[in-house]
Design a protein. Structure first.
Length: 84
């Protein structure tokens, strides 16, 4: 019969996982990494907004150049409800 309680093994595993997490945190330098995660979030948001702006500008230019100036109405794809 062992002299350790079943909970002791769990506590030892918990302590070793805490040590492992501490080593990982020390190695990774979360202040530096967190800053770059923040920068990448901002860059992604700006890129997404830029993509939305590009799409709407493209639609606006198509409206002006094809519809208003040339009088051309391109056909809608089949299944979109506009093609008869």
């Amino acid at each position: 019969m062992s002299n350790h309680s079943p909970g002791m093994k769990y506590k030892r595993g918990l302590v070793s996982s805490r040590k492992l997490w501490r080593r990982f945190a020390d190695y990774f330098e979360f202040r530096f990494t967190g800053r770059w995660m923040f920068y990448s979030l901002i860059i992604g948001a700006v890129a997404g907004l830029g993509g939305i702006l590009f799409f709407h500008l493209q639609e606006w230019i198509q409206q002006i150049s094809l519809h208003d100036l040339a009088g051309y109405q391109p056909p809608l794809p089949g299944g979109e409800g506009g093609a008869t």
